[in-house]
Design a protein around this ligand. Sequence first.
Ligand code: 2OP
Length: 218
Amino acid sequence: MSITTYAFDVYGTLINTDGVLTQLRSTVGEKAAAINATWRSKQLEYSFRRGLMLQYAPFPQVTAEALDYALALHDIQLTDLARENILAAYRTLPAFPDAVTALRRLGESRQKIYAFSNGPQSVVTALLRQAGLLLYFAGVVSVEATQTFKPSPRVYQHFARSAQTAIEQCALVSGNTFDVLGAQAAGMQGIWVRRDPDAVFDPWERGADRVVDSLEAL
Ligand code: 2OP
C-alpha cells in the first residue's frame, strides 16, 4: 500500500542530541563525550526497561536519571545548578542542518508529516518550536498516552490512530535502528536515516525497508 503519512522520530533524527556537548564540556571538561555517550545509551536502556516492567515514567525523568547514572559512573559530582543547566540544554537542542530543507520539501508534497517521540507532548512541542521545526508538522504524536515506550507495538498503533491512517500506509523515519525495527514489526514501513556511514544496522532477520544518508535524501 502506498505511504501517505510519515512519522519523524525526534531525538537523534530531527534533533541533534550532541547539541548538549557544549554545556557538558563547560561543566565536566574532557569527560563530556564519554558522559554524553553513556547518558544517551542509558536513557534508551531505561526506556526499554521501564516499558518491559510496565513502570512508565515521563521521558524527561528517564533522561535525568540516565544523566545521574552517567555522572556517577564517571565519578562527577555536580551542583544542582550545574546539573539543571545541563538538563536545560537538553530542552534547547538544535535541529540537524538537513531537517528544515527536507521538511519544507516534504510539506510541498501531499503526504502528511508528524513528529513522533518518546517525549511528552508538551516537551516535544516546545523542543521543536525552539528548533524552528514545529511549523512543518501536521501534528506532534507522543507515546505518553500509551504509558509505554518505543519499540512497543502499542506506540506505533497509537501513532496510526492519532494520524487517522492505516498503519500500513505509515512510514517511520528514524536514525535509531530500534525504532525502525519496532515500527516495521508493528506494520509500518521503516526508513533508517544513517548519517554515520560506519553505523551498523542490527543483524536481525529483517533489515530496514529503506536507508537514506540524510533527511534530504528522503
Ligand atoms: C524519540 O524521540 C528517543 O529518539 C527517540 O522517541
